[in-house]
Design a protein around this ligand. Structure first.
Ligand SMILES: Cc1cc2nc3c(=O)[nH]c(=O)nc-3n(C[C@H](O)[C@H](O)[C@H](O)COP(=O)(O)OP(=O)(O)OC[C@H]3O[C@@H](n4cnc5c(N)ncnc54)[C@H](O)[C@@H]3O)c2cc1C
Length: 385
C-alpha cells in the first residue's frame, strides 16, 4: 500500500514545486526526507518559456536555452540598445526544466510523484493534510503552489488587479532575419489603446525567434486580436513576409498589489499562489528562485517561519502599488514610464530595482526619472490609504 504520510509534500509540480524539489535534491541534508510531489497532470508539455535576467550561473544553468547580453527598447519616438552587463537575459523552455528535474528525481529513492487532482489542503499547527480524490495524505509540511482561489485571500486597502496577457509565436524564417546576440525587451510601437502594450522578440538563431505580444490591462482581448497583432508586427515592423509558426504560447499573469498568505501553519505558499509575481512587471521566475532558496535555508536551520517579508520586498511592494495606481488610473502610459526609466538610469540599476534589490540611492534616481507631479501624489495616496 502507498504511504499516507510524508515529511514534505510538494503540491504543484510547476516552476515553484520543481525549483524547490531541485534544491532539496541538491542538498544531502534532505536525503533521508520522504518527499511526495503531486500534480494534476504529467509535466510533458512545453507550455511556457521563462525569460529573466541573472548575473551568475543559476540553479537551472544547464537548461538555459539561449541568453543575450544586449536588448533593444523602442517607443514611437525613442530607441536604444541596452547593455545588460553584469546581467544576462536568459531563456528557459518549460519542458527542458520539467524534464531536467523529473529525470534527476528518478535516481532518488526518497522522492515519489503522484499525478492526481488536489481538492484542498489544510493544516493544524502539528501537521498538514492534502485531500485527493482517492484519499488524504498527511505531511509534516506542505509546500503549495496551487492557486485554489482565483483571488488571493488577504485583502487590504486599494487593490489593483491588472492582467498581463500575452501570446507568443516561435517563428522560423526562410532568410536570416535576426541577430541572436540581441533580444528586444520591449517594443511599444503599437497601439496603446487597450493599456500598456508591447512586443518582445527573442531570437535564438538568425532564422528563429520567439515573438510575443503582451498587454497589461483589465480584460483579455478577443482571441483573434492577438494573432492579427502578431502578424502585423512581424510583417510591418520586423519586415518579415516569409515565415512559419513552429510553436505557440498563451499566458495570463496576475499583476496586483494584493497581499498573499505566505504560510498557514504547516502550509508554505510559493510561486504565483505565494505572491511571487512582481506586481509591476509580471516577472516571477527569479522571485520563485529566491523563495525556494529561502525555504531550503530555513528548513536546514530548523527555522520554519516563512511568512515574513524582508524590507527590500516591502519597499518593492510599495513601488509596485504606485506603478499599478498610475496605470490603473491612466495617469501616464506605460510606454512613457518605461522609456523615462530606461533612458535616464543605468540598465543594471533598473534591473536591480525590478528585482527589489536596488539601493536607496538607486531608488531615488529612478523615482526622479519619472514625473513627480504624477508619481508623488500616487505614492502619497498609496502610503496614506
Ligand atoms: C505562458 C507563461 C509564460 C511566462 N513567462 C514568464 C517569464 O518569461 N518570466 C517570468 O519571470 N515569469 C513568467 N511567467 C510567470 C511565472 O513564472 C510562471 O507562471 C510560473 O510557471 C509560475 O510558477 P508556479 O509554480 O507558481 O505555477 P505553475 O508553474 O503554473 O505550477 C503550478 C502547478 O500546479 C498544478 N496544479 C494546479 N491546480 C492543481 C490541483 N488542483 N491539483 C494538482 N495540481 C494542480 C499545475 O498543473 C501546475 O503544474 C509566465 C507564465 C506563463 C503562464
Amino acid at each position: 500500500m502507498a504511504p499516507t504520510h510524508y515529511d514534505y509534500l510538494i503540491a504543484g509540480a510547476g516552476c515553484a514545486g520543481l525549483s524547490l524539489l531541485m534544491r532539496l535534491m541538491e542538498d544531502p541534508f534532505f536525503s533521508e526526507k520522504k518527499i511526495l510531489v503531486v500534480d494534476r497532470e504529467e509535466k510533458n508539455k512545453n507550455d511556457r518559456t521563462w525569460c529573466f535576467w541573472e548575473k551568475e550561473e543559476g540553479l537551472f544553468e544547464s537548461v538555459v536555452y539561449h541568453q543575450w547580453n544586449h536588448v533593444l527598447f523602442y517607443t514611437n519616438d525613442f530607441s536604444t540598445k541596452l547593455d545588460l552587463n553584469p546581467y544576462q537575459y536568459k531563456m528557459i523552455q518549460g519542458i527542458d526544466l520539467y524534464n531536467h528535474v523529473i529525470e534527476k528525481a528518478k535516481s532518488y529513492s526518497n522522492i515519489e510523484f503522484r499525478y492526481e487532482e488536489i481538492l484542498s489542503i489544510n493544516s493544524t499547527p502539528s501537521q498538514a493534510a492534502v485531500q485527493l480524490q482517492t484519499g488524504t495524505i498527511t505531511a509534516e509540511y506542505v509546500f503549495n503552489s496551487i492557486l485554489f482561489e482565483k483571488k488571493p485571500a488577504v485583502s487590504t486597502k486599494n487593490i489593483y488587479q491588472l492582467l498581463q496577457h500575452f501570446k507568443g509565436w516561435v517563428i522560423e524564417t526562410t532568410e536570416p532575419c535576426f541577430d541572436p546576440a540581441t533580444a528586444t525587451l520591449m517594443d511599444f510601437r503599437t497601439s496603446q489603446e487597450q493599456g500598456t502594450t508591447f512586443f518582445y522578440v527573442m531570437p535564438t538563431s538568425p532564422t528563429t525567434a520567439l515573438v510575443e505580444y503582451t498587454l497589461f490591462s483589465e480584460a483579455l482581448l478577443p482571441k483573434g486580436d492577438y494573432d492579427s497583432a502578431l502578424k502585423r508586427y512581424i510583417t510591418e515592423l520586423l519586415g518579415i513576409n516569409e515565415y512559419s509558426i513552429q510553436h505557440e504560447e498563451f499566458g495570463i499573469i496576475p499583476m496586483t498589489n494584493q497581499s498573499f498568505h505566505l504560510q498557514d501553519n504547516r502550509i508554505i505558499q510559493m510561486g504565483v499562489a505565494g505572491g511571487q509575481v512582481k506586481g509591476s512587471s509580471g516577472y516571477a521566475f527569479q522571485f520563485i528562485q529566491k523563495r525556494t532558496a529561502a525555504i531550503v535555508k530555513g528548513l536546514k536551520k530548523g527555522n520554519t517561519t516563512f511568512d515574513r517579508m524582508g524590507l527590500q520586498q516591502k519597499k518593492g511592494n510599495v513601488y509596485d502599488a504606485v506603478l499599478l495606481h498610475v496605470l490603473h488610473h491612466h495617469k501616464m502610459q506605460g510606454a512613457a514610464i518605461f522609456q523615462s526609466i530606461f533612458s535616464k538610469n543605468k540598465t543594471a540599476s533598473v534591473l536591480r530595482f525590478l528585482d527589489n534589490e536596488s539601493s536607496m540611492v538607486e531608488d531615488l534616481k529612478i523615482m526622479n526619472s519619472v514625473p513627480t507631479t504624477i508619481f508623488l501624489p500616487a505614492a502619497l495616496y498609496e502610503l496614506i490609504h
